[in-house]
Design a protein around this ligand. Structure first.
Ligand SMILES: [Zn+2]
Length: 388
């Protein structure tokens, strides 16, 4: 079996801090080409953003089509002198592979490549007996920063070629404490907005001539915060609306301000769409404001829609592969922040399963070498079951 550790070390030694590639995609290109993949390197750019290198590689031209997705870019090393070993040295110490990206997520990519190469070697270089089925890698260099020249455009590029994915495994670090404890099968949506309340400016000594928006916005904040948006769904916790700042912009003590604003963010589950959620919140605002308070919401654009991959044969085979290697039955979780899975979910069912996330983005990011071996075996187990 191609060695996941060796591939991970080669990747870590490329200091691919977004937007730099630093040779990371070339490491994958060489390995995949040698195994018979058709490899495309695609550069995307947009005014005001850095040019980004991406990679799409496929072997086979029939369904079912399983794609492994990921990103080779990493966040900066931070205080490099604080690291136990060089942040980009790829050194192994006391059974741990250290380095920026070891967990998030060069380690995960290395395991998927190692698993796929091993699988192909055992199957005459074909995904399936009789040559049926396809395996792809969709690897971006733009996840950790603004994420505009990466997965979104790469997915569109693949779709424009008439190619379709049936299922996706995204190798982001999904486990909380130990290998096998968690598969991410969805994420809440995220929607931000600003509540504006209009009053009438005036002298504090003559409040009858003014209309103070401060008590009014306070009432509205309480009203919108107090009533739950829902009570959770089969796969999600309750949605939550959280006010994050209140701003009147008034530095005088003898002036009643003319307006007040409050910012909020909503993390919402699959009982809502972006449109239905906005409608619900606006209706509650209208209720609370009545005829007296003049208030409205300005919504921010959001590309973080809620998504969920429902339990079924695909999640079942992933769970079986994980149980086989780790002895743990993973939780199917929808908690946490956003990832590129939210974009992939518009094209095919996606699950996120990778290494243990504890040290990601930290000084001394590291993974037990043993976990790399486990993850490669789990991916191999998924391939065997998917194409078996
Ligand atoms: Zn990541």
């Amino acid at each position: 079996m191609a060695d996941a550790l060796a591939i991970a070390r080669d990747l870590i030694r490329c200091p691919s801090v977004t937007p730099a590639d630093a040779g990371a995609l070339g490491v994958l290109e060489n390995l995949l080409k040698a195994a018979g993949f058709e490899v495309h390197r695609i550069t995307f750019s947009e005014p005001g953003t850095a040019e980004i290198d991406n990679l799409y590689a496929r072997i086979g031209d029939t369904a079912p089509h399983l794609v492994f997705a990921g990103h080779t870019d990493v966040v900066p090393a931070g205080e490099e002198t604080a690291w136990s070993v060089g942040a980009f040295s790829g050194d192994v110490k006391d059974g741990f592979l250290y380095g920026r990206g070891a967990v998030d997520m060069k380690g995960g990519i290395a395991c998927s490549v190692a698993a796929v190469l091993g699988f192909l070697r055992n199957h005459d270089g074909k995904p399936k007996e009789h040559g049926k089925g396809s395996i792809s890698f969709l690897i971006t260099g733009d996840e950790e920063d603004v994420a505009v020249n990466g997965t979104v455009k790469l997915l569109q590029w693949v779709a424009a070629r008439g190619e379709k994915f049936d299922h996706c495994v995204l190798g982001e670090p999904s486990n909380q404490q130990a290998m096998g404890d968690c598969i991410k099968v969805g994420r809440r949506g995220s929607q931000s907005g600003t509540l504006h309340v209009e009053g009438r400016q005036g002298h504090v000594a003559y409040p009858q001539r003014a209309s103070n928006p401060v008590p009014d916005i306070s009432r509205l904040i309480v009203a919108l915060s107090d009533e739950p948006l829902d009570h959770g769904s089969a796969q999600f916790e309750p949605s939550n609306l959280e006010f994050t700042s209140v701003d009147v912009g008034n530095s005088a003590t003898n002036v009643i301000p003319g307006q007040a604003r409050a910012k909020f963010n909503i993390r919402y589950n699959d009982l809502h769409t972006q449109a239905s959620l906005r409608k619900l919140v606006e209706a509650r605002l209208a209720d609370a404001a009545g005829n007296r308070i003049r208030a409205h919401i300005v919504w921010e654009p959001s590309n973080s829609n809620v998504f969920v991959t429902k339990p079924g044969p695909f999640t079942d085979l992933a769970v079986a592969a994980i149980e086989d290697v780790t002895g743990r039955k993973p939780e199917l979780s929808t908690t946490g922040g956003t990832s590129d899975a939210r974009f992939i979910a518009s094209y095919c069912p996606v699950i996120e399963f990778g290494l243990v996330g504890q040290t990601m983005h930290q000084v001394d990011e590291r993974t037990p070498v043993e976990d790399l071996e486990k993850l490669a075996r789990i991916y191999r187990g998924i391939l065997d079951r998917y194409f078996g």
